[in-house]
Ligand binder design. Structure first.
Ligand code: SAH
Length: 393
């Protein structure tokens, strides 16, 4: 049986409402000191069982794996992964010939705090954000193979940068199953090279799939600027949507190589596309007014709550530059993936930008993360991606 952790009096409220975290300040004492990453039983101050979860040093002391008094064994992992797969089948992203790119596990959203699994064709890229998930990686990999069967040949584990350095786990990125370097995956019928070895996150931003599809519908005959393009997801959809031209910009030269490779994969030799390694603010200052469809999908400006004010200013400044230059009748797709910035705050930052530029702006769509990045209703912190599609008169 797992070691018991007792909560301070009155600190069990949020857990009784199924919030999946125990903050370190809520812990009264532990019967026996656990190892980092070990499973513990969480009890109320008077000894009633509440939850079992992974213990870790830091502000979040326990990430809850179950509100039932169970053992976290092989069945636990295969049951949770099976439900996650069933959900993706219901959404219609898994089991489709024209789409083999999707998020199978989205942490708390799938009742697996600290675990992310993205599927790229026959390869799963697995990322641990907690020591507990790192400790369990072999069990998770085994269950994943069991659940996906022949649809899965490789599991790449990529947690070098997502785990606390101080835990001293010496974690290394590498394959837990197979070792294929075949890295082309299909999203809505479009092909992408996924660089899980060196790319950001798990190699691709799966979370923009639906928003890229929407962009495709707006692209016809337009001059598109895809700012912060990374692997060029929006650019490739824009090309298929019959854009007049697509310019992709990112400050990373490696990202520009990836965009060019992905355009070549889908539209070989197509002269409508060009890519530039350039800083966003510099490019927006120096560009002309040729664009009538602009995408702004910057990295998270606020990684923490303290950085909020600064981040909001950043969003305003960035969007104002786009509003100043976009053609009349233009469409702006603008995003924030900062968890610390909520929907209303982001909208206010964009509103301020529109006012600074003095343009007439209509909100056409309010966008968010897709269904394979679900939000656990008891864990609203899981909501992070928001976007607006705007018509600029
Ligand atoms: N839109 C992309 C994801 C964007 S991720 C997609 O759909 O896949 C954010 C990107 O912004 C990264 O590729 C990063 O290299 C780039 N970036 C960060 N700071 C930048 C800056 N100042 N100017 C231009 N690009 C920047």
């Amino acid at each position: 049986m797992y070691k018991n952790l007792l909560l301070k009096k009155g600190k069990d409220e949020s857990l009784k409402r199924f919030h999946p975290w125990v903050f370190s300040g809520a812990v009264a004492h532990m019967e026996e000191q656990p190892e980092e990453g070990e499973c513990v039983r969480v009890l109320t101050n008077d000894g009633q069982f509440i939850a079992v979860g992974h213990w870790q040093i830091g502000s979040i002391a326990v990430r809850v794996l179950s509100f039932d008094d169970i053992e976290i064994d092989a069945n636990y992992w295969s049951d949770r992964l099976q439900v996650a797969l069933d959900v993706r089948r219901s959404i219609g992203v898994a089991g489709r010939p024209d789409n083999n790119t999707y998020r199978l596990v989205h942490g708390e959203g799938d009742n697996l705090p600290g675990l992310v699994i993205d599927i790229y064709g026959k390869t799963a890229v697995m990322q641990a954000h907690s020591v507990g998930m790192h400790v369990c990686r072999a069990d998770i990999a085994k269950a994943l193979k069991q659940v996906l069967g022949d649809d899965l040949e490789n599991i790449y584990y990529k947690s070098e940068t997502t785990l606390p350095y101080k835990a001293g786990l010496g974690q290394e990125n590498g394959f837990l199953l197979g070792n294929s370097t075949e890295n082309v995956a299909v999203e809505n019928g479009l092909k992408f090279h996924i660089d899980w070895l060196k790319g950001q996150k798990t190699g691709f931003f799966v979370d923009q799939r639906d928003n890229r599809s929407l962009l495709e519908q707006y692209a016809h005959g337009r001059s598109v600027l895809n700012m912060f393009c990374y692997t060029g997801g929006f650019s490739v959809y824009g090309m298929r949507g019959d854009a007049k031209l697509v310019h992709s910009v990112d400050s990373s030269a490696k990202a520009i190589d990836l965009v060019n490779a992905n355009i070549e994969l889908n539209f070989p030799g197509d002269k409508r596309h060009a890519a530039f390694a350039e800083d966003a603010f510099k490019y927006l200052d120096q560009m002309g007014d040729q664009y009538d469809l602009i995408i702004l999908d910057p990295p998270a400006f606020a990684k923490h709550k303290d950085a909020l004010r600064h981040a909001l200013k950043g969003y305003t400044k960035l969007n104002a530059k786009a509003f100043e230059k976009i053609q009349p009748g233009g469409i702006l797709f603008t995003f924030s993936c900062s968890q610390a910035v909520n929907k209303d705050q982001f909208r206010m930052a964009v509103f301020t930008a529109a006012a600074i530029a003095g343009r007439k702006v209509r909100i056409l769509h309010q966008l968010h993360q897709p269904a394979d990045h679900p939000v656990n209703i008891y864990h609203p912190e899981g909501e992070y991606l928001k976007g607006l599609v705007l018509y600029v008169e």
